[in-house]
Design a protein around this ligand. Structure first.
Ligand code: ADP
Ligand code: MG
Length: 671
């Protein structure tokens, strides 16, 4: 018998019962050992005075009456007796477990695990324990057909065969010593049956490190492969011409922009493959940096492509690129284009007469052939899945890749979700930008807000109004938006043209409404959250968000980023009567800061990672025991040490852990 043996070989388990475990993916003894509990039951005895009504606990006492069983129907019965804890008399009942009668003798001590009913001073028993236990009982995730007892029995059987001792240590001794980690078999045993909380914590610490360390090793190896010379293309751009372009800009770049651009250019120039995330708050000037990178590629004779999530964004970028580079041939490609136009564009891209291409998903469709595609950029990257990003990459000979995002990604997530990428951050806004003034008002103050908006409209302001988000009900969302639109149309009939934008509209309908708003044919735009992404309307200065407490911080910040894009003072008005503390807290934080990174960190703490990105869609890894937010310290240390190991040439050659010893800084550890 070894780790790879079927669990059917364990004592007490036959082929039939072994098969049941297949449902939870346990086939071998190793699978069984590595199936950790997700929580523990605390079987320490409690005083009934500490218990809340309905709480489940272990209650010990002295039996004062013999057990009596009453039958009342087919296979239905109730066993009852009284016991005393101190001076408190407790009525104990067990349903349909008449065989317990033998275990209950007047005068004996008993430990009952059950549900406390304070009013009746009664316990509905679940089981009788040999004694109140000091250790913690494992609770496993199960599916129908497998019981906790059966699983515990199987695991105990594996342990009594000493199977856990067969688990090879998979962490190098140098790391075990450095971080004072439990050995693997000891940790595994303690994960299932910890003696006490302290031992459980030690086991958990070791297993989490193991998980995060190997995760980081994989990322760092991927990264190292990208970093290898000649893994990509060397874009030999013309520095003189690029500098000339800088000089022509109507503004000078911020320090953060300069730093990001030189990181990008260094990647492009080298023969290594670039895989970089450019993150920065809305309006921090990412697009300019991306455009300059595209220009650099052009001066070296490479084509570049910029992919964005919507047609209107494609048009916006197309216009700004054309304005920035009037001498270049720039093409736009979207799926909505007329077939004949599209054909012309496609052949121009293929022949290389086009220097830069901007477009939507159409850019990665099969019909598109590029000519020396050297740089691809995606905007608002998490709208594109991993598969789409890869498709794009395969369109060229492994072109350099830059992804831009205006959703600041907390450091924690950046090194996990995008850990294989390098990150450049623009963490300052261009000088002279006026921060958006944010106010939180109650519904009762709407009258005042509306009459203020009326006076701002007279000064040519344009206004976004976001209708409340109704979770899980798109139709209610729409109903709300429609009602709000009617209300505001009536109220502002004399002052403004009010339009409605929502997700059920066709793309070209949405685009034409946005164009009208941009061209000032519309002054008030009522919308569901579909306008969240990237559209630039510099004269829109007011963002009114109804029931703002229904949105997360990151989303509110995104919405607020739609205003404050010009040189006029802009305002965000959050209308909310939050019922929860978290809702109030979010409203307050919004009025206190305009810093997207601070907000993203706060959001992560308040709502958790999955809520922000949606685990699946973001490609966030899932761990069995580690939590990337809670275990950030371990994750950081794992990253640090994995990066050092992978950067060691000796290790890469002989994979002998001993060679990493000199790289370990004794000071580094984690708690
Ligand atoms: P992002 O893509 O990060 O949202 P953009 O690149 O679209 O930001 O920049 C927003 C606006 O600020 C644009 O009108 C752009 O021309 C302008 N801008 C960018 N960088 C600077 C700068 N360093 N100084 C002044 N204005 C800038
Ligand atoms: Mg942008």
């Amino acid at each position: 018998m070894d780790l790879q043996s079927s669990i059917a070989e364990l004592k007490g388990l036959g082929p039939k019962s072994a098969e049941k475990f297949h449902k939870i993916n346990i086939y071998t003894i190793e699978d069984l050992l590595l199936y950790y509990p997700f929580r523990y039951e605390d079987f320490k005895s409690k005083s009934v005075f500490e218990l809340a009504d309905g709480e489940k606990a272990v209650i010990t006492g002295t039996v004062v009456t013999p057990a009596n069983v009453q039958y009342y129907g087919y296979k239905r019965n109730r066993l009852s007796f009284k016991m005393k804890q101190g001076e408190t008399v407790i009525n104990v009942s067990f349903f349909n477990q008449p065989y317990l009668q033998d275990k209950i003798a007047a005068g004996s001590q008993l430990a009952v695990f059950g549900k406390w009913q304070a009013l009746k001073s009664a316990v509905t028993g679940i089981k009788i324990l040999a004694e109140a236990a000091d250790d913690m009982q494992p609770v496993y995730r199960l599916v129908q057909g497998i019981t906790q007892n059966a699983l515990v029995k199987a695991i105990k059987s594996a342990f009594s065969a000493d199977a856990h001792k067969w688990l090879p240590e998979n962490l190098p001794q140098v790391l075990l010593d450095k971080y004072r980690l439990l050995g693997r078999s000891q940790a595994t045993a303690a994960m299932h049956f910890p003696k006490d909380l302290a031992q459980y914590r030690q086991a958990l610490r070791r297993i989490k490190f193991e998980e995060l360390f190997y995760f980081q090793m994989n990322l760092q190896l991927l990264k190292a492969a990208d970093k290898a010379e000649s893994s990509g293309i060397a874009v030999k751009y013309d520095e003189k011409r690029l500098e000339q372009k800088f000089a022509e800009l109507p503004f000078s770049l911020t320090e953060a922009q300069k730093n990001s651009l030189s990181e990008i250019l260094a990647d492009m120039k080298s023969g290594r493959h670039m895989n970089r995330l450019l993150q920065g708050d809305v309006g921090s000037g990412k697009t300019v940096i991306a455009s300059l990178a595209m220009y650099a590629a052009y001066t070296a004779g490479w084509q570049s492509a910029l992919m964005v999530p919507t047609e209107i964004l494609a048009e916006q970028h197309y216009e700004s690129l054309s304005a920035l580079f009037p001498d270049l041939s720039i093409a736009i490609l979207t799926s909505g284009m007329k077939a004949a136009v599209k054909r012309t564009v496609l052949s121009a891209i293929a022949s290389g007469s086009v220097n830069m291409v901007v477009g939507t998903h159409a850019l990665i469709q099969e019909a598109v052939t590029y000519h020396r595609l050297g740089l691809v950029i995606t905007d608002e990257q998490h709208r594109f899945g991993v598969r789409q990003r890869r498709l794009f990459r395969e369109k060229g000979a492994n072109p350099d890749v830059l992804m831009m995002t205006a959703t600041p990604i907390p450091r924690t997530l950046a090194i996990t979700a995008f850990g294989e990428m390098d990150v450049s951050t623009i963490d300052e806004l261009p000088a002279g930008r006026k921060p958006v003034v944010t106010r939180w008002v109650k519904h009762s103050e709407l009258d005042t807000v509306f009459s203020w908006i009326r006076s701002e409209l007279k000064k040519a302001a344009q206004v976004y109004v976001i209708s409340p988000l109704i979770e899980e009900s798109e139709s209610l969302d729409l109903k709300n938006a429609v009602a709000l639109h009617e209300e505001l149309s009536a109220y502002f009939a004399e002052d403004a043209k009010v339009a409605l934008l929502h997700g059920r509209l066709k793309n070209d309908e949405k685009d034409s409404i946005m164009q009208d708003f941009k061209n000032k044919k519309i002054q008030i735009l009522v919308s569901t959250t579909v306008i969240e992404v990237g559209v630039n309307v510099p004269d829109a200065t007011i963002m009114l968000i109804m029931d703002a407490d229904r949105f997360g911080l990151s989303q509110l910040h995104q919405l607020r980023g739609r205003v404050g894009r010009g040189d006029k003072q802009s305002y965000a008005i959050l209308v909310a009567n939050p019922k929860t503390d978290s809702g109030k807290e979010r409203m307050q934080i919004m009025t206190q800061t305009n810093d997207g990174f601070l907000l993203a960190e706060a959001d992560l703490k308040l709502r958790g990672a999955g809520e922000i990105f949606g685990t699946r869609q973001s490609g966030l890894p899932e761990f069995q025991v580690a939590d990337i937010v809670e275990d950030f310290n371990i994750l950081e240390e794992a990253r640090r040490v994995a990066a050092r190991i992978v950067s060691d040439e000796n290790w890469r050659q002989d994979k002998r852990w001993a060679s990493i010893l000199p790289h370990l800084d004794q000071k580094d550890s984690f708690d």
